[in-house]
Design a protein around this ligand. Structure first.
Ligand code: ADP
Length: 633
């Protein structure tokens, strides 16, 4: 048994922190004592230390299952900087390197090993796993195991199977979002033993003010908010093109912004993420692809221009503000149209069964797969091209493919092994006249030394490897490769995830396809329920926003937060409303007509201004025309 002071001295020695936070120590004690543990902690609550500290003290290897490659890589880097031996196995790694890591793990070279859940299905991994000495198993983002959760990942269902190899190793499951139903699923599906403990940290975020703004003009409202709240910000939107549009709008308005979505290359993702992390750009405009594992403490503001499709998702995304504990804001811009759009999303996510059947045929036609054949075939899938030829919309196609995957007919997923490729466009002799670019020569030399066949065909390359050889950063290598590409010395195709479709079973007649209630009806209903909770959050006007969210996560006793728009509206009345009215009358006292933009005041919510304007006009004190507001005398 380890003592609290041992945990504390490890924390001090490796991280330099003086105390544990919240429920960290309770989790560490229980997992070290051999209990199965579920830790529920909001984002920023300090999940990582709850396994990193005991991993260091325990004998053997702590195996962490995590769905996010970027997060794994970040954590491994972070641990290595602290001289803690750690490694990760993720898709895109060369098989040889995977083998090396696995063998090292068997020999006890690491204290922590991160793997993606898909890896648990790999035979070679399982064989090696038997020989590893496992201290305990960590399941990060544990809600992914539950079909009730908003982010179900079927590969999570295999996690319990690996317990049989190491029956005495306890399991630590961690998540930042869990409704009571999900909690139950996690414990059951991970086969928690009778000694299991659940530690729950309140999800209340004392320094985060939740605000919903009703507005028909989201762009101006966004600009107004970004001008009133200083500091780093994230703006979430639903669609990829919109990330670019909004970033453009912000840049044109003098607010530095970048955009990010799943469709840009991994290297661009890295570069933009870094620029935003370092504060080179103030705002990141992104889809929900951005954020997991991004640990920027001083985000002051998270604005949503569209409704996310669940409270879980909203809580996670909004929660990226204020990790440093300082005052921050999570603002949702909303209007009547949004709720309608959200309801339409149900139809998009669950297209009619007839549509799915006909898509199944279209896919077979596209790949020329005859009835009764095709089992095991895998094809790259180019959504845009497919949708163009069949005149379909990507959203529904994507949903239908996901449903066909879930029903077990096809397997549609992002490619696991995408790599960058390079071919030389010049001959070896010509090459020497060219490479006068700074760093160009080193990169070309490193390529030539590492790979063969570069002059005849596209060869898969790894920018990280070239970076290690040359001593440059991966970014710099990427920039040089792009430059060499522009100079037509090489042709460089940066890696990008191209999704693939695999026929899990032979092609059937479309009327033979069965969509069970578990695959379709039940899930559709759950999805609707989740969406309706989000609509309720945005549209209700009675209850503290924070309390609505906490109740959703099973915390029903929460006190009103005192800082959301609803709490503030309730406490500010009626004196403040009279004050606001007086401020407005002062502005209008010059007898001129003032547009609404003149009637915005720092530190006063626009909702109060709107209410005061309404009251003044009801009382007959002011008039409203197309040009704006004026005093009625
Ligand atoms: P989560 O994974 O729960 O979102 P992290 O594990 O990334 O959170 O921790 C969030 C931040 O809090 C990190 O910067 C981490 O170093 C810091 N942190 C965690 N625990 C402590 C502690 N006991 N004392 C000081 N800082 C801590």
């Amino acid at each position: 048994m380890h003592t609290d002071s041992e945990f504390l001295s490890t924390l001090k020695q490796y991280w330099g922190y003086t105390a544990f936070r919240g429920i960290q120590l309770s989790i560490i004690r229980d997992i070290s004592a051999g209990n199965d543990v579920l830790g529920l902690m909001p984002t920023g609550g300090g999940k990582s230390l709850t396994f990193q500290v005991p991993a260091l003290i325990s004998e053997g290897l702590c195996l962490i299952v995590s769905p996010l490659i970027s997060l794994m890589k970040d954590q491994v880097e972070h641990l290595k900087r602290r001289s803690i031996p750690a490694a990760a196995i993720y898709s895109g790694m060369a098989p040889r390197n995977i083998d090396i890591v696995l063998n090292n793990a068997v020999f006890g070279a690491y204290k922590l090993l991160y793997v993606s859940p898909e890896r648990l299905e790999s035979r070679s991994f399982l064989e090696k796993l038997r020989f590893m000495k496992i201290s305990f198993l960590v399941v990060d983002e544990a809600h992914c195991i539950s079909q009730w959760g908003y982010d179900f990942r079927p590969s999570y269902l295999h996690i319990a199977e690996i317990r049989q190899f190491h029956p005495t190793a306890p399991v630590l499951a961690l998540t930042a979002t869990a409704t009571p139903r999900v909690v139950e699923d996690i414990c059951r599906l991970l086969e928690f033993r009778h000694n299991a403990v659940v530690h729950r940290m309140s999800f209340a975020r004392k320094n985060l003010a939740y605000v919903v703004r009703h507005t028909e003009d989201k762009d101006s409202e966004l600009l107004h908010i970004l001008r009133s709240v200083a500091g780093s910000a994230v703006v979430y939107v639903r669609s990829r093109p919109k990330t670019r549009e909004v970033a453009k709008l912000l840049n044109e308005s003098g607010i530095s912004a970048l955009y990010y979505h799943a469709g840009i290359t991994d290297t661009d993702k890295d570069i933009r993420q870094k620029a935003w992390m370092q504060g080179d750009a103030r705002v990141m405009v992104a889809t929900n692809a951005f954020g997991m594992g991004i640990d920027k403490p001083d985000v002051r503001l998270v604005v949503h221009l569209d409704l996310p499709d669940s409270i879980e998702a909203y809580f996670q995304e909004a929660g990226r503000a204020g990790r440093d504990g300082l005052q921050s804001y999570a603002v949702l811009l909303h209007n009547g149209l949004d709720s309608r759009t959200l309801r339409r999303r149900v139809a998009d996510t669950f297209p009619p069964v007839e549509y799915i059947r006909s898509l199944y045929d279209d896919i077979a036609f596209y790949y020329e797969v005859p009835i009764g054949e095709g089992e095991g075939l895998t094809h790259e899938f180019h959504m845009d091209e497919f949708c163009r030829s069949f005149k379909l919309f990507p959203t529904q196609v994507e949903s239908a493919l996901n449903l066909l995957t879930r029903a077990g007919y096809l397997n549609y997923r992002e490619a696991e092994d995408s790599v960058s490729r390079v071919v030389f466009l010049t001959t070896r002799d010509q090459l020497y006249n060219y490479t006068n670019t700074q760093g160009g020569e080193e990169v070309v030399q490193a390529l030539l030394r590492t790979y063969t066949g570069l002059f005849s065909d596209y060869v898969p390359i790894d920018e990280n490897h070239i970076a290690r050889i040359t001593g440059f950063t991966t970014d710099f290598v990427y920039q040089i490769l792009k430059l060499l590409n522009r100079q037509r010395i090489i042709h460089y195709i940066p890696r990008k995830n191209v999704p693939r479709i695999t026929y899990v079973r032979r092609r059937l007649l479309n009327k033979e396809l069965v969509f069970s209630p578990e695959v379709y009806d039940h899930r559709k209903k759950q999805y609707e329920e989740r969406i309706m909770s989000m609509v309720h959050y945005a549209e209700q006007t009675e209850q503290c926003r924070s309390s609505v969210m906490l109740a959703y996560f099973g915390e029903t006793e929460a006190e009103p937060c005192g800082q959301c728009d609803i709490c503030r509206a309730q406490s500010v009345k009626p004196q403040a409303e009279r004050d606001v009215a007086q401020i407005i009358l002062n502005v209008l006292a010059d007898g001129k007509t003032h547009p609404a933009s003149d009637l915005r005041f720092d530190g006063i919510d626009t909702d109060y201004v709107a209410r005061a304007l309404q009251a003044l006009s009801d009382e007959g004190k002011i008039a409203h025309s197309g040009e704006g507001f004026s005093l009625l005398s």
